[in-house]
Design a protein around this ligand. Structure first.
Ligand code: UD1
Ligand code: MG
Length: 448
């Protein structure tokens, strides 16, 4: 259902995050390779709002701005002092000036919120003709979450932080997700009137509810699961968020046709792309930027980042693919092989104990065990080009920049410093000398 109202989004990201015990701003801690703030921002963008404002603090401003480099159309508002979520929202009021419609307030530490849930909240707010909508959840262990108190008709009357609930009152199970949707005008009139009459002496955004009710405004309530609405406040929450995220990525991958024998041991990033009939063996990690084309096979104990593995290619066991790697169809990367910023041609093999960096390897080339591209001279990186069908004998060092022609043959144990032409044979090692009965001569010398 289309919403007639303009939508603006405020993301609160100025909290100190002291409970994380970390120098890094809380919202920049990552889940599935993407910061908590990045997850929230992706949800915000998917709603196609007219504007997004991220509230930062003097200490989080620089790292957050740095992490948002490349994001366009964001407004940054500064909360000068950490005086609470209500104060953070107040800091965005100048940005809201002369705007109208709805404003959605998201917490930068609630990463899994789905756009569908927010659409539903918008709909129920519109249906109830309410000026305010609140998202609630009923977690198994409600812990420190703020609690939603309902009136006799089931409407939210007030939100009270857990620590502020009087001992004589039984806290309701219904918890506050921290997410609120309201009329811009309502926030403009109520936010400046917040008080700090609570244990933490902070301005609580949650107090907006009781103040709106006092003014006679209706409230709407939305619901979602505790996994979707979980907030991350300390390292244990972060680890739990990661496990929730990984579970959902594994389910998603299997729905796309990925076969995993032990999915609980496979870790994905938020941006991993998979095709049908991909096989992923136990204990594999996909860091950021990995694409797995249909039918490729990733064997146990491999780590991939920034790599494109094309169809029928195989990787591992115990392989590492680093950023900028492309494996063309049917390429084979074996055990204890590291590939960085290189393309490995169709059907080419790098089967054992090798390092290939800044290289282009032609189709059907074969790099023997222990082939090393010496791509760095201590100052600059240099390229190695290996032609189609070339055969690199075991334990060869290719000192870049160097180029090996198509179907060239490099003798085992060579240190190749000069280009090798197509079909040429290069032997770059000292010649072996055999001394007849030399062992006895040597032993006699030793005994002297
Ligand atoms: C908040 C809610 C609580 C809810 C919980 C859900 C309030 C008062 N409490 O508590 O009811 O159950 O979220 O996860 O709103 N922030 C600022 N400036 C500040 C303080 C916080 O920008 O001065 C930001 C934080 O960066 C964070 C968000 O607001 O992204 C929430 O702050 P946090 O301190 O985590 O609030 P909770 O204690 O989790
Ligand atoms: Mg929180």
């Amino acid at each position: 259902m289309p919403h007639p109202q303009d939508l603006y989004v405020i993301i609160l990201a100025a909290g100190n995050g002291t409970r994380m015990q970390s120098d890094r701003p809380k919202v920049l801690h990552e889940v599935g390779g993407l910061s908590l703030l990045g997850h929230v921002l992706a949800t915000a963008r998917s709603l196609k709002p007219k504007g997004i404002c991220v509230v930062v603090s003097p200490t989080t401003k620089i790292p957050i701005e740095y992490s948002l480099a490349g994001e366009i159309g964001l407004h940054i508002a500064l909360q000068t002092e950490p005086l609470g979520t209500g104060h953070a929202a107040q800091s965005a009021l100048p940005w809201l000036q002369s705007k109208s419609g709805d404003v959605l307030i998201l917490c930068g530490d609630v990463p899994f919120l789905r756009p569908e849930t927010l659409h539903t909240l918008r709909e129920s707010k519109a249906k109830a003709q309410a000026l305010l909508g609140i998202l609630g959840m009923t977690p198994k262990n409600p812990g420190q979450y703020g609690r939603l108190f309902l009136d006799g008709q089931g409407y939210v009357e007030k939100i009270v932080e857990f620590r502020d609930i009087e001992a004589s009152v039984t806290p309701p199970d219904l918890c506050n997700s921290g997410i609120m949707l309201g009329d811009v005008g309502l926030f403009q009139s109520i936010l400046p009137t917040l008080k700090t009459n609570n244990i933490k002496k902070e301005y609580y955004l949650t107090d907006v509810v009781a103040l709106a009710r006092e003014k006679g405004h209706a409230t709407a309530l939305g619901h979602a699961s505790e996994e979707e609405l979980m907030g991350v406040n300390h390292q244990k929450d972060l680890a739990h968020a990661e496990s929730v995220f990984q579970q959902s990525m594994r389910d998603w991958a299997m729905e796309q046709g990925v076969k995993m024998m032990a999915p609980e041991t496979v870790f994905f990033s938020y941006d991993t792309k998979v095709g049908a009939d991909v096989v992923v063996e136990p204990y594999v990690v996909f860091a950021k930027g990995v694409t797995l084309d249909p039918g490729c096979h990733i064997k146990s104990f491999s780590h991939l980042e920034g790599a494109h593995v094309k169809s029928q290619a195989t990787v591992g066991p115990f392989a590492r693919l680093r950023t900028g790697t492309t494996l063309e169809p049917k390429a084979r990367i074996g055990n204890f092989v590291e590939i960085k910023a290189s393309s490995i041609g169709q059907g080419a093999k790098v089967s054992h104990l090798s390092y290939v960096g800044d290289s282009v390897v032609g189709e059907d080339a074969n790099l023997g065990a222990g082939t090393i591209t010496c791509n760095y001279d201590g100052f600059k990186k240099h390229k190695t080009i290996i032609g189609k069908g070339a055969f690199i004998g075991s334990n060869s060092a290719l000192v870049a920049p160097v180029s090996i022609g198509d179907h060239a043959l490099i003798a085992a144990g060579s240190v190749v410093t000069e280009d090798v032409g197509p079909q040429d044979l290069a032997i770059a090692r000292s010649r072996q000398i055999n001394i007849p009965k030399g062992q006895a001569v040597f032993a006699a010398k030793r005994k002297d």
